[in-house]
Design a protein around this ligand. Structure first.
Ligand SMILES: *Cc1c(COP(=O)(O)O)cnc(C)c1O
Length: 397
């Protein structure tokens, strides 16, 4: 632990995270090294961001080659890697869609909400503007997306007033009754990430999608966490067999370079002047995104991604079955996984013991141990990570 870093951080960085004072110096795929050279297996990938691993040479080379020529010009000029990444998103999703690039998940969701509001103005006699989301959802930290997030703990009174037009339902079924003549969109995650790695039922989602389509209400799927092969397909929407009106992406799309994307089949709602971003879609982020998507498409096509998913799942289920005194349920899809832990305190001690034993894991919601490994994680890294996790569990139970 670096004393110097700790002091710097405490003195100069705003105190918005309770954090571990560790100074990571090097990363290779799913393995990180601190300043003493101690290694950690990373089952977090920076909360689902570093999709193709730390220090990915292919991505680094592509970025270097691009930024040593041009890093940035504004969106008043066409940007080749941006156009190509948008093309790839359409191709790989199988949807006839166009994309707006932003810089984060929250910003992508803001864009989605703006599209929905304009759609609500244009397509109905009386303007529709309300967006229904779900309890335990997470959609971001801006004033609007935090309001869209269905968790009271994020709606602190000191940030009020919040924008109008958001309400939360407990279940997919409840949505049908909440829709009124001002509802323009339903925004959901297919697997709630921050809310506890909770996947929804495929049939329920398909029925909802069909109903919304018949009623001209937009379905916005927040794939900021589930997108870009996290659940085993390019999009979780592909896995669920639905074609949403708007999809948002961010975390895994550029392997750690900030990016967000609003993807929609409604290509003509926004016009010049309606929306914009200084940095969104620049050469740096979209070059990284293009390379990430290329690597992961190969990974999927070659069968390696599915192999990793099956192997990881098997190891996870082994510890789940071995420690019934700690775990209540195994949840999640693909490489977005969770174990429900019997109580909050046990979860906190698993996370800290895991850290001591050299494996990084996450929490989600109140009682879910969350694992979001690098998608290119090797078999050896999976073995070593679970061995260390089990060492931690032994010390607890
Ligand atoms: C992380 C996340 C966000 C917010 O993304 P930021 O890049 O932090 O703004 C939004 N929605 C979901 C589902 C997320 O997991």
């Amino acid at each position: 632990m670096s004393k110097e870093l700790k002091n710097l951080d405490k003195d100069y960085v705003l105190n918005t995270y309770s954090k571990n004072y560790i100074n990571f110096k090097k990363g290779i795929n799913a393995t990180l090294f601190d300043e003493e050279g101690k290694d950690y297996i990373d089952f977090t990938s920076g909360i689902g961001v570093v999709s193709v691993g730390h220090g990915n040479k292919q991505v680094a080379d592509a970025i270097y080659k691009q930024v040593s020529n041009i890093t940035h010009i504004s969106n008043i000029y066409a940007i080749e890697p941006q156009a190509k990444l948008a093309e790839q998103i359409s191709k790989l999703s199988g949807f006839n869609v166009a994309t707006f690039f932003a810089n984060s998940g929250a910003e992508a969701n803001e864009g989605a909400i703006k599209i929905a509001r304009k759609y609500g103005e244009k397509n109905f006699e009386k303007k529709r503007f309300k967006v229904i989301t779900l309890e335990h959802s997470f959609h971001g930290r801006t004033i609007t997306t935090v309001k869209a997030t269905g968790q009271d703990k994020f709606h602190a009174p000191f940030f009020a007033p919040y924008p109008d037009g958001f309400s939360y339902d407990n279940t997919i079924d409840d949505i049908y009754n909440s829709i009124d003549d001002e509802t323009v969109a339903v925004m959901i995650e297919l697997v709630q990430g921050e809310g506890g790695v909770q996947p929804f039922d495929k049939k329920d989602i398909q029925e909802l999608a069909k109903f919304l389509k018949e009623n001209k209400i937009l379905l916005i799927v927040d794939e900021v966490q589930t997108g870009i092969y996290r659940t085993g397909e390019f999009l979780a929407s592909n896995l669920y067999g639905i074609e949403p009106d708007i999809i948002t992406l961010a975390k895994g799309l550029a392997g750690g370079v900030p990016i967000g994307a609003v993807v929609t089949k409604h290509k003509n709602i926004l016009e010049p002047g309606d929306h914009g971003s200084t940095f969104g879609g620049n050469y740096l982020s979209t070059t990284a995104g293009l390379e990430v998507v290329k690597i992961l498409e190969d990974y999927k096509v070659s069968g390696k991604l599915d192999e990793a998913i099956i192997y990881f799942e098997q190891k996870l289920n082994d510890i789940y079955e071995k420690y019934p005194n700690l775990f209540l349920q195994s949840v999640g899809l693909g490489l977005m996984r969770g174990l429900r832990v019997k109580d909050e305190q046990t979860l906190a001690s698993i996370v800290s013991k895991a850290f001591e034993n050299g494996v990084l894991v996450l929490k989600a919601g109140k009682n879910t141990l969350r694992l979001l490994p690098v998608l290119t994680i090797s078999k050896e890294e999976i073995d070593e990570g679970f061995k260390r996790l089990e060492d931690a569990l032994k010390q607890i139970s």
